[in-house]
Design a binder for this molecule. Structure first.
Ligand code: 5GP
Ligand code: ZN
Length: 115
């Protein structure tokens, strides 16, 4: 989708620090990390948010979680723990309107889910 930052990253028009890529999924380091490990996992297909997911995307979402599992082990945060965050919409604080899964870890995170 034009004017989507993450679609531009997928096309290579904006550089990114990639940690995983296949035909359907890309993972790269967040430009403004909130923890020592902060990686974004995105489908290459443009979906605005969780609200765009349909039945046909169930396999894709399952694959994303398998990749999150693999990345967590590679980044050595599997033993210490981490958080997977998916913001949605205005109140959810979603800034980039291309579905993405944050993997956040490498330090003890706060206990509050929201503030
Ligand atoms: P959101 O608030 O939409 O859930 O998260 C968007 C995330 O994308 C933010 O953590 C922000 O730092 C990250 N981000 C925004 N633009 C870029 C970019 O051009 N490159 C990378 N690597 N991350 C970005
Ligand atoms: Zn996009």
């Amino acid at each position: 989708m034009e004017d989507c930052i993450f679609c531009k990253i997928i096309k290579g028009e904006i550089p990114s620090n990639k940690v995983y890529e296949d035909e359907e999924i890309l993972a790269f380091r967040d430009i403004n990390p909130v923890a020592p490990v902060h990686i974004l996992v995105i489908p290459k297909k443009h979906l605005n948010s969780v609200l765009d997911l349909n039945k046909e995307d169930e396999i894709l979402v399952g694959k994303i979680y398998t990749i999150i599992n693999k990345i967590a082990k590679e980044e050595n945060i599997d033993k210490t723990g981490f958080r997977v965050v998916v913001n949605c919409g205005e109140d959810g604080g979603q800034e980039v309107k291309h579905l993405h899964f944050h993997i956040i870890g490498g330090k003890k995170l706060g206990t509050k889910i929201c503030e």
